[in-house]
Design a protein around this ligand. Structure first.
Ligand code: IVH
Length: 674
């Protein structure tokens, strides 16, 4: 250890400043300006400086965020200003009443409110003294909480120092976990064979209350400020919205979803808007919060028991509820995929009563260790299909029973098999299986395919169960009379349906191809195929090699197409559809771009290393203009590898496979046609 020089001291200051700026860019603004590796380099430089010269270390250094020694227990913290809770509102009427109480209490015609998202996390209080973070506490019972300072230091979006002269400032807000971080954490837990967290909120709670701060440091927590507690030695802004702006200027993360509005109508508009955004937000929210904006008005309204009169939480329907798993059935999908479906004791969640939820596949069932009779957490977020999010093992009854995958399809009796390497078990019945037939018809009729308006699942059930329709081609034989005899089909709707079936005859090659429901051929692939080949017969007769020439068509898709069109039955359906009048405009195959002659025409080229005369992108552009396909990896199919300076493993691979290697000089010579 040696005494630090002035230069070293200055460097440490600079590094700390830079690292915290990068932290802020990354964790608060979500706009990183350097790569992770660069950050690590700066961090290790600072760590090395502080280790060699401990006198250079400061409590607000980014090196102090990695977690200190484990604690025996958390100390108690008595909040200087109690941490209250909010009254809840659920209906528009509740909001009208809230607004009326505020207007009457203040004796004004209209009230200005500050609205923001209600974070579904854990309330905490952060104390700063003379600009330094000195203590962080949980809410506890509102009067006394727990000292979790060491853990909160590891949360990168919480500033360790702020640019404020306030002798004391208590910032309040919510600790939570972003959904993407939660998913990553659970994937990591699963990989380690550890217990999965039920939701981001529980994961945050578990992480915040770790006695070992190093464990908390591994958990990706984040923070949003929504108010303050004690403030000494600084002037309080005049309104809540101004306070939020001030906190944002002090570099605290604050909700982007906030706005100042007037009257109950303004509140309800905000509620609907945020409700619509809810599923796409990066974190869970359980409602919105409305606060009378002016602090003077807040003060005059005051408090009732433990909640302010000037604020209220307007809750969204809960996205999760617990219920009992009564049984597990299986459903057969379009490609025969067998999906286990949970039969649940009906429960109100996400605004509706849910009695079924998807369980995805057998592996998922095993991963969750789900048994019939278990108490489970059901989640229904937005319009997403309800799912079983977690199992409450503590409530498992002694007679809980395991689910056994049936060996025969419940719809057609064909064998159910699971191919190696596939997560999904499948019914082998193909179009003999009524369930698969129904799905195939619905797939063909959907808007993104040939678009037959009015052909819904109830109708398809009747058409298949009544042996009226077997393949999409049979749809074109349906007449008003046959349809009008079906349940819920009056003559008028039958006429309409026949008209939309007629209309669906005029389609595009891409939509038709997608509608056939070939495995692995989604909408985008169907479009690529149509564009490349231009004609259906060309696609039906293409060999694997020709199929592989299409953009984004790999071996799996090519094989699936080949298999589909090799089945006489499938070709027959296609012919019947054409004979039934289904048509589209065909065109000549897309012209092959680039010249058909020259050293690079039709060649597959891989670039590796650094070229001194041009960038990788420029080289790629030039090659493509000359008719080459530029690929990212070397294989036997590669014609040339162009190796610049410091070429690495791709060059080795080329040599190993005996692929021609060009250096920059040779490449340029070929480009110039020498
Ligand atoms: S203001 C007097 N604003 O909701 C309490 N709270 O039931 C003032 N919460 O304990 C709280 N988001 O944990 C406020 N934008 C927000 C909030 C919020 C979440 C939580 C907070 C509080 C609970 C109130």
């Amino acid at each position: 250890m040696s005494v630090s020089t002035a230069a070293e001291a200055a460097r440490a200051v600079q590094l700390r400043r830079d690292l915290e700026q990068h932290n802020y860019n990354y964790y608060v603004l979500d706009q990183p300006t350097i790569a992770d590796g660069e950050w690590d380099k700066l961090f290790h430089e600072l760590l090395a400086l502080e280790t060699a010269h401990p006198e250079l270390a400061t409590p607000d250094s980014p090196t102090q965020r990695v977690g200190s020694k484990p604690l025996e227990s958390f100390a108690s913290v008595t909040h200087r200003v109690p941490m209250l809770s909010l009254g809840n509102a659920f209906t528009d009427e509740d909001i009208d009443n809230f607004d009326r109480r505020c207007r009457e209490g203040l004796d004004v015609a209209e009230v200005e409110y500050s609205c923001e998202a209600k974070f579904d996390g854990l309330a905490i209080s952060l104390t700063y003294e003379n600009g330094q973070f000195v203590q962080g506490a949980t809410r506890g019972d509102g009067t006394v909480g727990e000292d979790v300072t060491q853990n909160l230091r590891t949360v990168r979006s919480i500033p360790l120092a702020i640019d404020s002269k306030a002798a004391r400032l208590e910032v309040r807000g919510e600790v939570l976990m972003l959904r993407k971080d939660f998913d990553k954490l659970n994937a990591r837990q699963a990989a380690r064979g550890e217990k999965l967290f039920v939701n981001p909120r529980n994961a945050s709670a578990g992480s915040l209350r770790q006695l070992d701060p190093k464990l908390t440091a591994e958990r990706p927590l984040t923070f949003f400020a929504y108010g303050i507690g004690a403030i000494e030695g600084a002037e309080l802004p005049v309104s809540h919205s101004a306070l939020m702006d001030w906190l944002a200027a002090l570099r605290f993360p604050v909700a982007l979803q906030r706005r100042v509005v007037r009257g109950a109508a303004g509140l309800l508009d905000f509620y609907r808007e945020i409700g619509a955004l809810r599923p796409s937000l990066p974190f869970d929210i359980d409602g919105v919060v409305y606060k009378v904006n002016r602090f003077s008005q807040q003060q005059s309204l005051g408090f009732v028991s433990r909640a302010p009169r000037f604020a209220i939480a307007h809750k969204f329907p809960a996205e999760e509820a617990t219920t009992v798993l009564l049984g597990i059935d299986v459903q057969v999908g379009r490609t025969g995929a067998i999906t286990p479906v949970a039969r649940l004791q009906p429960v109100f969640v996400g605004g509706t009563t849910v009695s079924n939820a998807t369980l995805h596949n057998e592996d998922e069932l095993k991963r969750k260790d789900l048994k019939i009779g278990d108490t489970v957490v059901v989640r229904r977020a937005g319009d997403v299909i309800p799912e079983v999010a977690a199992v409450i093992y503590a409530k498992r009854p002694a007679d809980a029973s395991e689910f056994v995958m049936p060996t025969a399809c419940p719809e057609c009796g064909s064998a159910i098999i699971k191919l190696e390497g596939e997560a999904v078990a499948r019914c082998t019945g193909g179009l003999i299986c009524p369930a698969q037939r129904k799905q195939a018809l619905l797939h063909y009729a959907q808007r993104r395919a040939v678009d037959i308006e009015g052909l819904g699942d109830k109708l398809v059930d009747q058409l298949v169960d009544g042996d009226i329709v077997h393949t999409p081609a049979d749809l074109y034989k349906l007449g008003v009379a046959a349809l009008a005899g079906l349940e819920r089909m009056a003559e008028k709707s039958a006429t309409n349906l026949v008209a939309s079936i007629e209309q669906s005859k005029s389609t595009t090659l891409a939509k038709f191809l997608f509608g056939l429901g070939i495995r692995h051929v989604g909408e985008a692939t169907a479009k690529d195929l149509a564009k490349h080949f231009g004609k259906l017969d060309a696609i039906m007769d293409a060999n694997i090699g020709q199929l592989l020439e299409v953009n984004d068509v790999g071996p799996v898709v090519a094989e699936s197409l080949r298999k589909f069109f090799d089945q006489p039955h499938n070709r027959e359906v296609v012919e019947q559809l054409r004979a039934g009048g289904v048509h589209w405009k065909e065109h000549e195959p897309a012209a092959v771009t680039g010249p058909s002659e020259g050293p690079f025409a039709g060649k597959t080229v891989v670039l590796t290393g650094t070229l001194s005369g041009m960038s990788r992108d420029e080289a790629k552009e030039k090659l493509e203009a000359l008719g080459a396909k530029v690929s990212g990896s070397v294989s036997k199919k590669t014609d040339y590898v162009i190796a610049g300076e410091e070429a690495g493993s791709k060059l080795d691979k080329a040599r190993e496979l005996g692929v021609a290697v060009l250096d920059e000089q040779q490449f340029l010579a070929l480009l110039q046609g020498d």
